[in-house]
Design a protein around this ligand. Structure first.
Ligand SMILES: [Zn+2]
Length: 592
């Protein structure tokens, strides 16, 4: 970064005082914290199987208190580093905290391992006690991997070989993709820089960006395919050893979503490709093209206007307040306590996030606010996360407040929709409305459709490897095109190089089948928003209850509580109807 432009968010920095007064006091907290972790281990190690319900409840309360102190410490260090990534003091503090966290985790790990090994009869008897009620789901669900866990020496061997069998391939993939230099307009660029160009206003540059990306990737595909082939082969072996019945099962179990419900979700997405084709044809018309090329997919539509930071915070607060004053309070608290860092500046990380901090501390938000309309939605998105963190923190324990991955993006997407509707209503011209609608539709597409193809691609690849077929670049290219074609149909022209579109996607390498959690959350959020538009205020109370569950129930149980039964084939129809509503509104806008 050379010169940081001035924005209206200048000077909006967070105050970390409520966590620690300064780095020295954070550092000073470490020795006592580690002593207490070791004392916990002394007290309970080797005894978990014998604990009766009152003893277990005491142990859980002690563990929760330690969890809160550890979370505050690592959050504080992480937030300090976020706004000054190359600062010596910040990096030193993080290194010290990292060492402390590893030591703490090593001291505490026994508890969960011993609990998983407790026999079913004893586990059931203590779990039936009211004394452990608040952590019942946490305790019960921790045991779901027990049938797939091998003996201790076997697990140790698996863990010992991991760095060479998996870690080395991850590193190789990261090295190849992060050092790839793509010649474009006389300069060498990274993958991310080139991908940012496909959202630009100039068609030639968008199409050229893909062309340059695929041309640069092609010579790397033998090595990237080999990395993937090796990882898939190894995972299939481990799946057999652990007794999994299909390659997605470990992820489904991790997400606590029944495999049959994931299949229902993916099939529902595939039944709605017609929405994509309809949008692509409409977009071609708006751009004055016969047919879209891949590089037109994210071409900007309509127009946008600048929004000052104070206007953005007021607008978001007002929209959330209208939904529920309780939610408006969450936003006001963030502003009042200076728990938002909004100004982009030298040395600060890019992007945006909401940090949950700890169960007994309030969340913080990091933004890079540049006065764009998209920044308003990002602010709403992160406040959506903060709503869930704060409400779940008030109601649940430190061990049970974290929302499951598959639900994490529900409140954020929901809050974005509340604010998008407000922006649509306030828009003073049709082209601004079109810009907002197009961006909502295309975000939904990129999340719902594209992430589903990625799952289908992975399923195809694991299927081939299980049949003994090596995952060569050509073979992967075929699977990739086969799983992508139904989405693009004949509405988008795919470039020749798209057969290498699989090659740079990190999820396939790092965490298999990760992407459907995004699909799940986005559609769930749309379906809930449809319900809100139908039920009005009657929806609000149950929704706030839903947010406050945090991690104390499975995604299926949580959504059932608010009227969404994910086992049903038609569960997701309301979500797609919301996407269709957005498309319809966009279609009604006369071209300029
Ligand atoms: Zn998010």
């Amino acid at each position: 970064m050379s010169q940081t432009p001035t924005t209206t968010s200048a000077g909006i920095h967070w105050d970390l005082g409520p966590l620690f007064s300064d780095d020295d006091s954070a550092r000073a907290a470490i020795p006592a914290l580690l002593d207490d972790c070791r004392a916990f281990r002394e007290a309970y190690r080797g005894r978990v199987a014998q604990l009766d319900a009152p003893e277990l409840a005491t142990a859980l309360a002690e563990l929760a208190a330690l969890d809160n102190r550890l979370s505050r410490l690592s959050s504080y260090a992480g937030l300090r580093l976020t706004v000054n990534v190359n600062g010596e003091a910040e990096r030193d503090l993080n290194a010290a905290v990292e060492i402390a966290m590893t030591e703490a985790m090593n001291a505490l790990r026994f508890f969960q391992l011993e609990w998983i090994a407790v026999d079913d009869a004893h586990a059931e008897s203590v779990l039936s006690s009211d004394l452990v009620e608040r952590d019942r789901h946490y305790l019960a669900s921790a045991r779901r991997f027990a049938p797939h866990t091998r003996s201790e020496p076997e697990e140790e061997m698996i863990a010992e070989r991991d760095p060479a069998a998996a870690g080395a391939w991850h590193t190789l993939f990261d090295q190849v993709t992060s050092t790839l230099r793509i010649p474009l307009d006389g300069e060498d660029r990274t993958i991310d820089e080139v991908l940012a160009r496909v959202r630009g206003p100039v068609r030639e540059q968008r199409l050229g960006a893909y062309e340059a990306l695929f041309t640069a990737l092609e010579p790397q595909t033998p090595i990237l395919a080999h990395v993937y082939d090796s990882l898939v082969a190894d995972r299939l072996v481990l799946d057999r050893v652990r007794g999994y019945s299909h390659p997605r099962e470990p992820r489904d179990l991790d997400n606590e979503i029944p495999s049959a419900a994931v299949d229902v979700l993916l099939a529902a997405v595939e039944r709605h490709h017609h929405l994509a084709h309809r949008w692509f044809r409409h977009k071609a018309k708006l751009l004055g093209l016969d047919k879209l090329a891949l590089g037109d997919q994210y071409a900007p539509l309509g127009s946008t206007r600048a929004v000052a930071y104070d206007d953005a915070t007021a607008l978001v607060e007002g929209a959330l307040d209208d939904f529920s004053p309780r939610i408006g309070d969450v936003a006001r608290g963030l502003y009042r306590d200076n728990r938002i860092d909004a100004e982009p500046r030298q040395g600060k990380r890019g992007g945006a996030f909401c940090a949950s901090i700890a169960q007994d501390a309030l969340p913080y938000i990091m933004l890079n606010f540049t006065d764009q309309m998209d920044d308003v939605r990002t602010l709403a998105h992160e406040i959506g996360h903060a709503m869930q963190f704060q409400l779940a923190g008030e109601r649940q324990t430190a061990l049970s407040h974290h929302p499951p991955l598959a639900l994490a993006e529900v409140p954020s997407t929901f809050a974005e929709m509340i604010v998008t509707d407000r922006l649509l209503a306030a828009a003073d011209n049709e082209q601004v409305r079109l810009g907002l609608l197009a961006s909502s539709v295309e975000t939904a597409f990129a999340t719902v459709f594209r992430q589903t193809h990625m799952v289908r691609y992975e399923q195809g690849a694991y299927g081939l490897r299980a049949e003994g077929k090596a995952l060569m670049p050509d073979r992967l290219g075929e699977v990739w095109l086969d799983t992508n074609r139904p989405y693009y149909g004949d509405a988008i022209e795919l470039p020749e190089g798209y057969r290498f579109g699989w090659a740079y996607i990190p999820h396939f390498i790092h965490t298999r089948f990760y992407t459907y959690a995004y699909v799940f959350a986005h559609l769930a959020s749309l379906a809930l928003y449809a319900k809100y538009r139908e039920d009005g205020d009657a929806f609000v109370g149950p929704y706030l209850d839903f947010l406050s569950i945090g991690g104390a129930a499975s995604p299926q149980e949580q959504l059932a509580g608010i009227g969404l039964d994910i086992s049903r084939d038609d569960a997701w129809d309301a979500g797609f109807a919301e996407i269709e509503r957005l498309i319809e509104m966009a279609e009604e806008i006369e071209p300029e």
